[in-house]
Each structure stands twice: as C-alpha cells, then as structure tokens.
Write a protein that binds this ligand. Sequence first.
Ligand code: FAD
Length: 287
Amino acid sequence: MKISELLSKDKITISFEVFPPKTSDRFFSVLEAAGGIAALHPDFMSVTYGAGGGTSAFTADIAAGLQETYGIPILAHLTCVSSTREYVARIVESYIEKGIDNIMALRGDIPKDGRIAEDYRHAAELIRDIREKGDFCIGGACYPEGHIECEHKKDDIRYLREKVDAGCDFLTTQMFFDNNIFYNFLYRAREAGISVPIVPGIMPITNKKQLSRSVAMSGTNVPARFAAIVDRFGDDPEAMQQVGIIYATDQIIDLIANGINHIHVYSMNKPKVAEGILNNLSAVYKA
Ligand code: FAD
C-alpha cells in the first residue's frame, strides 16, 4: 500500500522507524526488535539505510520480512551520496522485486573523509531517478530548524521546494523537541508553495547519551524544559525511559490537538518505547 494513500485519510496515523544492524551477526536480533514493534500494528514502518552502503542489503531484507510477516506497509530508505547510479539502480530493482512500494529518498550524510561517489549531489536527483524506475510513493526529509549544512533557512526551504517538485509525495521532519518550531516551519513551507503532507518525526529520548549524540548530528534545539528533565533523570535509566516516553507522548498529543493527524516516531528498535507511547495514547489512537 502506498503511504500517500494513508496520509490522505482524515484519520490519525502513527508509524515507527527501525534501523538495520551494522553487522550480520546482529541481523536476527534487529529483526526480532522490529517484529516486536510491527506486532503493535502501526500504520506503517520505515527501515533506514546505511549511508555508506554498509547495511544497505539489510534494509531490503528487513523491509520485505516485516511486510510479508505482518502485512504492514513499509517505507524503505535509500541514500545516494556514496553510491554510483548503477548501484542505486540495483537497489531500486531489489525493492521492486521485494514488493516495496514506498521509498524515502535521501542524499545521506557526507562521509567524514569527504569521499563521495560524485553521481549524486542532492536528494532531488535521486528522487528523479526513482520516479523513472517505477511506480513508487516517494518520501523526502525536511528540517524544521534548517539542515545543519545550510546557512540560511530561506535557501533550505527553496531547495526543499525543488525536491518536492522533483517528485516527492510527502516529507518527514527531522526530530524537534519544541512543537512551535514545527508549526513555524509548516507555515513557511506552505508559504513557499510546498503542499505535500509533512509528517512530524518525534524522537523519544530514553537515555542521556542518545540526546547528546542526536543533537551533535542534527543541531536540534533542546528547550530549557526538556534540558531540565534530562538533567534531573538522565542518570537513572528507568526514570529516563519513562520521562522520555512521556515527553514524546506530550509532543504527539499537542500535535494531534493542533490538527496534525500523521505522526512518525523514531522508535530506534525499541519495542518497549513504541508500546509505551501507544499505551499512553490508547483512547486517542486506535491502531
Ligand atoms: P538534501 O535534500 O539533498 O539536502 C542536503 C543539503 O543540501 C541541505 O543543506 C540542502 O539545503 C542542500 N541542498 C539541496 N539541494 C540543493 C541544491 N540544488 N543546491 C545547493 N544545496 C542544496 N541518513 C541515512 O544515512 N540513512 C537514512 O535512512 C536516513 N533517514 C533519514 C530520514 C529522515 C526523515 C531524515 C530527516 C533524515 C534521514 N537521514 C538518513 C539523514 C540525512 O541523510 C541527512 O540529514 C543528510 O545530510 C541530508 O539528506 P537529505 O536527503 O535531506 O539531503
């Protein structure tokens, strides 16, 4: 099923993200964790893709496994900056063979050594290629606080519009911890003529290290209210998990209350976290 179809409905949807293992010895434990999340019957699940191509084969295998076993629509990610056009074509072919209808098309982060394959500079180029190769629903990434490499938010929105014009059916945001940042971004995106669904990505922070790692990578702002929570509970793993789930749920409730029906949760291979969020929303969202 195409995710664009789900996003066109006037109904609350909640989706979860998992990431593939870096090495094959962890494949089955990741599959088990992903299965634990799928068993909660989210509207769809996404499977990320290793930027350097290291875990690329696992993405298709996990995506196909979840789709087959649980009948859940899957969004398989694909990055391009470290790959040749020929390699990308092979991956897209493997997605077609495995019956995957939805691709999140990304540039990927520039590797630390700066070495890129040179065939792709931006996600828009990948989106155009995927469009030509099959009848996919294509998602793209967006950044309410601006992408970390982009100096001016205005340019970032202009490039985002180009990306959507290249053939994006919907966008998913990077994490944010202050919903006002999302509302402001939504306004600016609509003003720039971006009319596709924009799905907020919510990251439940369940340990202190995860926060510093995520913030270092993305430049996401940590509001004082959330910083105080992490400061108070960050050294108690159980408490941090509980308050992280509550904070994420609070963000989701506020989004739904403000008319945002579709929510993506960066559940990070943690079935307990996904379940905690759904339990908190049991009367609001019926899976
Ligand atoms: P782009 O849209 O190409 O943008 C990258 C930068 O280039 C931005 O600063 C943009 O403003 C600029 N830009 C765009 N077009 C132009 C142009 N024509 N001229 C000049 N500048 C331009 N990473 C992974 O490795 N695997 C994943 O599975 C993954 N999933 C993700 C899912 C989501 C929802 C998000 C938000 C991010 C994800 N990422 C993933 C991270 C992503 O790969 C990085 O943030 C990457 O640095 C940018 O990818 P992009 O597709 O947004 O790139």
